[in-house]
Design a protein around this ligand. Structure first.
Ligand SMILES: CC(C)(COP(=O)(O)OP(=O)(O)OC[C@H]1O[C@@H](n2cnc3c(N)ncnc32)[C@H](O)[C@@H]1OP(=O)(O)O)[C@@H](O)C(=O)NCCC(=O)NCCS
Length: 291
Protein backbone atom coordinates (compact mmCIF):
# COMPACT_ATOMS: atom_id res chain seq x y z
CA UNK A 1 0.00 0.00 0.00
CA UNK A 2 1.34 3.41 -0.97
CA UNK A 3 0.16 6.97 -0.28
CA UNK A 4 1.10 9.53 -2.91
CA UNK A 5 0.01 12.85 -4.37
CA UNK A 6 -2.97 12.46 -6.72
CA UNK A 7 -2.58 12.49 -10.49
CA UNK A 8 -5.38 13.75 -12.73
CA UNK A 9 -5.69 10.22 -14.19
CA UNK A 10 -6.73 8.91 -10.70
CA UNK A 11 -10.01 10.79 -10.87
CA UNK A 12 -12.39 8.26 -12.45
CA UNK A 13 -11.29 5.26 -10.38
CA UNK A 14 -11.48 7.23 -7.13
CA UNK A 15 -14.89 8.66 -7.98
CA UNK A 16 -16.23 5.16 -8.73
CA UNK A 17 -15.87 4.05 -5.12
CA UNK A 18 -16.92 7.47 -3.78
CA UNK A 19 -20.22 7.71 -5.67
CA UNK A 20 -22.43 6.31 -2.88
CA UNK A 21 -20.42 6.92 0.28
CA UNK A 22 -23.43 8.31 2.15
CA UNK A 23 -27.15 7.69 1.65
CA UNK A 24 -27.35 10.98 -0.29
CA UNK A 25 -24.25 10.19 -2.41
CA UNK A 26 -21.02 12.16 -2.00
CA UNK A 27 -19.47 15.47 -3.04
CA UNK A 28 -15.95 14.34 -4.02
CA UNK A 29 -16.82 14.60 -7.74
CA UNK A 30 -17.66 18.30 -7.26
CA UNK A 31 -14.42 18.97 -5.38
CA UNK A 32 -11.83 16.89 -7.25
CA UNK A 33 -10.66 19.53 -9.75
CA UNK A 34 -10.55 22.25 -7.09
CA UNK A 35 -8.73 20.04 -4.55
CA UNK A 36 -6.32 18.89 -7.23
CA UNK A 37 -5.22 22.52 -7.74
CA UNK A 38 -5.07 23.60 -4.06
CA UNK A 39 -3.37 22.14 -0.99
CA UNK A 40 -2.50 18.45 -1.22
CA UNK A 41 -4.77 15.77 -2.68
CA UNK A 42 -3.63 12.30 -1.63
CA UNK A 43 -4.42 8.93 -3.15
CA UNK A 44 -3.81 5.49 -1.63
CA UNK A 45 -3.06 2.60 -3.94
CA UNK A 46 -2.69 -1.12 -3.44
CA UNK A 47 -0.76 -2.34 -6.47
CA UNK A 48 -2.51 -0.51 -9.30
CA UNK A 49 -5.86 -0.32 -7.49
CA UNK A 50 -6.88 3.03 -5.96
CA UNK A 51 -8.36 2.50 -2.50
CA UNK A 52 -8.29 5.81 -0.64
CA UNK A 53 -8.31 9.56 -0.98
CA UNK A 54 -8.12 12.70 1.19
CA UNK A 55 -7.38 16.40 0.92
CA UNK A 56 -5.59 18.89 3.17
CA UNK A 57 -5.16 22.61 2.78
CA UNK A 58 -3.59 25.21 5.01
CA UNK A 59 -5.69 28.25 5.87
CA UNK A 60 -4.69 31.59 4.32
CA UNK A 61 -2.67 32.63 7.39
CA UNK A 62 -0.90 29.21 7.34
CA UNK A 63 -1.51 28.88 11.09
CA UNK A 64 -3.96 26.02 10.74
CA UNK A 65 -4.74 23.18 8.37
CA UNK A 66 -8.05 21.79 7.26
CA UNK A 67 -8.48 18.02 6.72
CA UNK A 68 -11.30 16.79 4.49
CA UNK A 69 -12.54 14.20 2.01
CA UNK A 70 -11.16 11.11 3.76
CA UNK A 71 -12.60 8.12 1.89
CA UNK A 72 -11.48 4.51 2.04
CA UNK A 73 -12.71 1.85 -0.40
CA UNK A 74 -15.31 -0.31 1.46
CA UNK A 75 -13.26 -3.49 0.86
CA UNK A 76 -10.20 -2.01 2.57
CA UNK A 77 -11.58 -0.45 5.75
CA UNK A 78 -10.27 -1.05 9.28
CA UNK A 79 -6.69 -1.48 8.03
CA UNK A 80 -5.46 1.90 9.28
CA UNK A 81 -5.56 3.50 5.85
CA UNK A 82 -7.49 6.55 7.05
CA UNK A 83 -5.18 6.80 10.06
CA UNK A 84 -2.17 6.87 7.72
CA UNK A 85 -3.84 9.47 5.49
CA UNK A 86 -4.49 11.70 8.50
CA UNK A 87 -0.84 11.38 9.59
CA UNK A 88 0.35 12.26 6.06
CA UNK A 89 -1.97 15.28 5.86
CA UNK A 90 -0.78 16.53 9.24
CA UNK A 91 2.84 16.15 8.15
CA UNK A 92 2.08 18.35 5.11
CA UNK A 93 0.38 21.00 7.27
CA UNK A 94 3.20 21.06 9.81
CA UNK A 95 5.73 21.51 7.02
CA UNK A 96 3.74 24.58 5.92
CA UNK A 97 3.97 25.95 9.48
CA UNK A 98 0.45 25.15 10.68
CA UNK A 99 0.17 24.46 14.40
CA UNK A 100 -3.33 23.09 14.50
CA UNK A 101 -5.58 20.88 12.42
CA UNK A 102 -9.37 20.89 12.13
CA UNK A 103 -12.05 18.81 10.47
CA UNK A 104 -15.81 18.48 10.53
CA UNK A 105 -17.74 15.24 11.01
CA UNK A 106 -21.48 14.59 10.77
CA UNK A 107 -23.00 13.68 14.17
CA UNK A 108 -24.35 10.43 12.72
CA UNK A 109 -20.95 9.30 11.36
CA UNK A 110 -19.71 7.25 14.30
CA UNK A 111 -16.89 5.52 12.37
CA UNK A 112 -15.42 8.86 11.42
CA UNK A 113 -15.78 10.26 14.95
CA UNK A 114 -13.87 7.27 16.36
CA UNK A 115 -11.28 7.73 13.63
CA UNK A 116 -10.71 11.38 14.59
CA UNK A 117 -10.52 10.55 18.28
CA UNK A 118 -8.09 7.69 17.60
CA UNK A 119 -5.83 10.25 15.86
CA UNK A 120 -5.89 12.52 18.92
CA UNK A 121 -8.54 15.06 17.84
CA UNK A 122 -11.03 16.61 20.26
CA UNK A 123 -14.49 18.04 19.71
CA UNK A 124 -14.38 21.81 20.18
CA UNK A 125 -17.82 22.75 18.94
CA UNK A 126 -21.12 21.44 17.63
CA UNK A 127 -22.64 23.10 14.57
CA UNK A 128 -25.99 22.92 12.81
CA UNK A 129 -26.84 23.35 9.17
CA UNK A 130 -30.29 24.34 7.92
CA UNK A 131 -31.40 25.03 4.40
CA UNK A 132 -34.50 26.65 3.03
CA UNK A 133 -35.68 27.29 -0.48
CA UNK A 134 -38.80 28.68 -2.09
CA UNK A 135 -40.43 31.94 -1.22
CA UNK A 136 -41.04 32.56 2.48
CA UNK A 137 -42.97 35.73 3.26
CA UNK A 138 -41.19 39.07 3.66
CA UNK A 139 -41.23 40.04 7.34
CA UNK A 140 -40.65 43.35 9.09
CA UNK A 141 -37.33 43.46 10.95
CA UNK A 142 -35.70 46.04 13.18
CA UNK A 143 -32.26 44.49 12.49
CA UNK A 144 -29.88 46.41 10.20
CA UNK A 145 -26.51 46.28 8.48
CA UNK A 146 -23.67 47.15 10.85
CA UNK A 147 -21.42 50.12 10.12
CA UNK A 148 -17.65 50.33 10.48
CA UNK A 149 -17.88 52.66 13.49
CA UNK A 150 -19.68 49.86 15.38
CA UNK A 151 -16.71 47.49 15.13
CA UNK A 152 -15.67 47.95 18.78
CA UNK A 153 -19.21 47.56 20.10
CA UNK A 154 -19.77 44.35 18.11
CA UNK A 155 -16.39 42.98 19.11
CA UNK A 156 -17.21 43.76 22.75
CA UNK A 157 -20.52 41.91 22.34
CA UNK A 158 -18.70 38.85 20.97
CA UNK A 159 -16.14 38.84 23.78
CA UNK A 160 -19.01 38.44 26.25
CA UNK A 161 -21.07 36.06 24.14
CA UNK A 162 -21.59 32.49 25.29
CA UNK A 163 -22.51 31.52 21.71
CA UNK A 164 -19.20 32.92 20.40
CA UNK A 165 -17.36 30.78 22.96
CA UNK A 166 -19.44 27.70 22.14
CA UNK A 167 -18.84 28.30 18.42
CA UNK A 168 -15.12 27.87 19.22
CA UNK A 169 -14.82 31.54 18.05
CA UNK A 170 -15.18 30.35 14.45
CA UNK A 171 -17.23 31.13 11.37
CA UNK A 172 -17.67 29.15 8.16
CA UNK A 173 -16.39 29.86 4.68
CA UNK A 174 -16.92 27.29 1.90
CA UNK A 175 -17.35 24.55 4.52
CA UNK A 176 -14.06 25.36 6.23
CA UNK A 177 -14.12 26.82 9.71
CA UNK A 178 -11.92 29.87 10.41
CA UNK A 179 -11.17 32.04 13.45
CA UNK A 180 -13.60 34.93 13.77
CA UNK A 181 -11.08 37.63 14.70
CA UNK A 182 -11.58 41.37 14.99
CA UNK A 183 -9.92 41.83 11.59
CA UNK A 184 -12.27 39.29 9.99
CA UNK A 185 -15.22 41.06 11.58
CA UNK A 186 -14.02 44.40 10.19
CA UNK A 187 -13.71 42.91 6.70
CA UNK A 188 -17.23 41.50 6.91
CA UNK A 189 -18.62 44.89 8.04
CA UNK A 190 -16.90 46.64 5.13
CA UNK A 191 -18.49 44.18 2.73
CA UNK A 192 -21.92 44.88 4.24
CA UNK A 193 -22.13 41.33 5.50
CA UNK A 194 -22.73 41.92 9.22
CA UNK A 195 -26.27 42.37 10.55
CA UNK A 196 -27.02 43.47 14.09
CA UNK A 197 -30.12 43.94 16.18
CA UNK A 198 -31.02 47.50 17.15
CA UNK A 199 -29.23 49.27 19.98
CA UNK A 200 -28.11 47.95 22.33
CA UNK A 201 -26.67 45.14 20.22
CA UNK A 202 -27.92 41.80 21.50
CA UNK A 203 -27.46 39.71 18.39
CA UNK A 204 -25.27 39.49 15.31
CA UNK A 205 -25.20 37.58 12.04
CA UNK A 206 -22.46 37.22 9.44
CA UNK A 207 -23.59 36.44 5.93
CA UNK A 208 -22.01 35.26 2.71
CA UNK A 209 -23.74 36.45 -0.47
CA UNK A 210 -21.49 34.56 -2.88
CA UNK A 211 -22.27 30.91 -2.15
CA UNK A 212 -19.47 28.34 -2.31
CA UNK A 213 -17.82 25.82 -4.65
CA UNK A 214 -19.96 25.50 -7.80
CA UNK A 215 -23.04 26.97 -6.06
CA UNK A 216 -22.71 30.71 -6.35
CA UNK A 217 -26.36 31.69 -6.03
CA UNK A 218 -26.70 30.72 -2.36
CA UNK A 219 -27.20 33.13 0.52
CA UNK A 220 -25.56 31.78 3.67
CA UNK A 221 -25.60 32.76 7.32
CA UNK A 222 -22.07 31.77 8.36
CA UNK A 223 -22.21 32.88 12.00
CA UNK A 224 -25.36 33.43 14.08
CA UNK A 225 -25.38 34.75 17.62
CA UNK A 226 -28.39 35.77 19.66
CA UNK A 227 -29.47 34.60 23.06
CA UNK A 228 -32.95 36.11 22.80
CA UNK A 229 -35.77 34.67 20.70
CA UNK A 230 -36.75 38.19 19.66
CA UNK A 231 -33.23 39.06 18.49
CA UNK A 232 -33.05 35.82 16.59
CA UNK A 233 -36.30 36.48 14.81
CA UNK A 234 -35.21 39.99 13.84
CA UNK A 235 -31.90 38.75 12.45
CA UNK A 236 -33.29 35.80 10.52
CA UNK A 237 -36.14 37.93 9.13
CA UNK A 238 -33.64 40.53 7.90
CA UNK A 239 -31.54 37.89 6.14
CA UNK A 240 -34.67 36.24 4.70
CA UNK A 241 -35.61 39.59 3.16
CA UNK A 242 -32.10 39.93 1.66
CA UNK A 243 -32.45 36.39 0.28
CA UNK A 244 -35.82 37.22 -1.32
CA UNK A 245 -34.69 40.59 -2.72
CA UNK A 246 -31.48 39.08 -4.10
CA UNK A 247 -33.24 36.28 -6.02
CA UNK A 248 -31.05 33.58 -4.44
CA UNK A 249 -31.96 29.93 -5.06
CA UNK A 250 -31.42 28.82 -1.45
CA UNK A 251 -30.89 30.21 2.03
CA UNK A 252 -28.53 28.24 4.25
CA UNK A 253 -27.79 28.73 7.92
CA UNK A 254 -24.61 27.29 9.42
CA UNK A 255 -24.30 28.10 13.10
CA UNK A 256 -23.53 26.76 16.54
CA UNK A 257 -26.13 24.10 17.40
CA UNK A 258 -28.17 25.19 20.39
CA UNK A 259 -31.74 24.53 21.52
CA UNK A 260 -33.04 28.08 21.08
CA UNK A 261 -31.77 28.29 17.51
CA UNK A 262 -32.98 24.80 16.70
CA UNK A 263 -36.52 25.33 17.98
CA UNK A 264 -36.79 28.69 16.23
CA UNK A 265 -35.30 27.62 12.91
CA UNK A 266 -37.20 24.34 12.71
CA UNK A 267 -40.46 26.26 13.07
CA UNK A 268 -39.56 28.52 10.16
CA UNK A 269 -39.03 27.65 6.52
CA UNK A 270 -36.44 24.90 6.95
CA UNK A 271 -36.40 21.97 4.50
CA UNK A 272 -33.17 20.26 5.56
CA UNK A 273 -31.14 20.07 8.76
CA UNK A 274 -27.92 18.35 9.85
CA UNK A 275 -25.47 18.63 12.71
CA UNK A 276 -21.69 18.47 12.69
CA UNK A 277 -18.92 18.14 15.23
CA UNK A 278 -15.92 20.39 14.79
CA UNK A 279 -12.69 18.53 15.68
CA UNK A 280 -9.40 20.15 16.46
CA UNK A 281 -5.87 19.09 17.36
CA UNK A 282 -3.16 21.47 18.50
CA UNK A 283 0.53 20.78 17.93
CA UNK A 284 3.46 22.17 19.85
CA UNK A 285 6.54 23.52 18.11
CA UNK A 286 8.45 20.36 19.18
CA UNK A 287 6.53 18.19 16.66
CA UNK A 288 7.38 20.53 13.78
CA UNK A 289 9.60 18.86 11.20
CA UNK A 290 12.95 20.65 10.85
CA UNK A 291 13.12 22.86 7.77
C1 LIG B 1 -14.35 6.61 8.23
C2 LIG B 1 -13.32 5.90 7.29
C3 LIG B 1 -12.59 6.97 6.49
C4 LIG B 1 -12.35 5.13 8.17
O1 LIG B 1 -11.38 4.54 7.34
P1 LIG B 1 -10.49 3.28 7.81
O2 LIG B 1 -9.30 3.19 6.95
O3 LIG B 1 -11.37 2.08 7.91
O4 LIG B 1 -10.09 3.73 9.29
P2 LIG B 1 -8.88 3.14 10.16
O5 LIG B 1 -8.66 1.70 9.84
O6 LIG B 1 -7.70 4.03 10.03
O7 LIG B 1 -9.52 3.25 11.62
C5 LIG B 1 -9.00 4.09 12.62
C6 LIG B 1 -9.93 4.02 13.83
O8 LIG B 1 -11.19 4.59 13.50
C7 LIG B 1 -12.23 3.87 14.17
N1 LIG B 1 -13.13 3.26 13.20
C8 LIG B 1 -12.93 3.14 11.88
N2 LIG B 1 -14.00 2.57 11.30
C9 LIG B 1 -14.88 2.33 12.29
C10 LIG B 1 -16.18 1.74 12.32
N3 LIG B 1 -16.79 1.30 11.21
N4 LIG B 1 -16.81 1.69 13.51
C11 LIG B 1 -16.23 2.14 14.64
N5 LIG B 1 -14.99 2.67 14.67
C12 LIG B 1 -14.33 2.77 13.50
C13 LIG B 1 -11.54 2.82 15.02
O9 LIG B 1 -11.28 3.36 16.29
C14 LIG B 1 -10.26 2.61 14.26
O10 LIG B 1 -9.22 2.13 15.05
P3 LIG B 1 -9.17 0.52 15.38
O11 LIG B 1 -9.43 -0.19 14.09
O12 LIG B 1 -7.78 0.35 15.91
O13 LIG B 1 -10.24 0.29 16.38
C15 LIG B 1 -14.04 4.89 6.34
O14 LIG B 1 -14.93 4.11 7.09
C16 LIG B 1 -14.81 5.58 5.23
O15 LIG B 1 -14.29 5.80 4.14
N6 LIG B 1 -16.07 5.90 5.52
C17 LIG B 1 -16.92 6.60 4.57
C18 LIG B 1 -16.46 8.03 4.36
C19 LIG B 1 -16.39 8.85 5.62
O16 LIG B 1 -17.22 8.76 6.51
N7 LIG B 1 -15.37 9.71 5.67
C20 LIG B 1 -15.12 10.60 6.74
C21 LIG B 1 -15.97 11.80 6.58
S1 LIG B 1 -15.60 12.99 7.82
Amino acid sequence: MRIRQAKSSDREEILRFCARTFNWGDYIDRMWDYWYRSGLLLVVEDGDKKIGVSHVVTCPDNKSMWLEGVRVHPDYRRSRIATDLIARMIQYGLEKGALQASAIVDVTNVASQRMMERSGFEIVSRWAYYSAGGKPQQKKSAARLATVDELDAIWHYLQNSEIYRLSAKMYVKSWHWYALTKKVLNDFIKEKCVIVTSCPIDGIVLINRRGYWDRTNIMQIVYLDSESACGLEQLVSFVTNLYLDGGFEELQIVCHACKLLASFLQKSMIKDAEQFLLYNKVFTASVMPSR
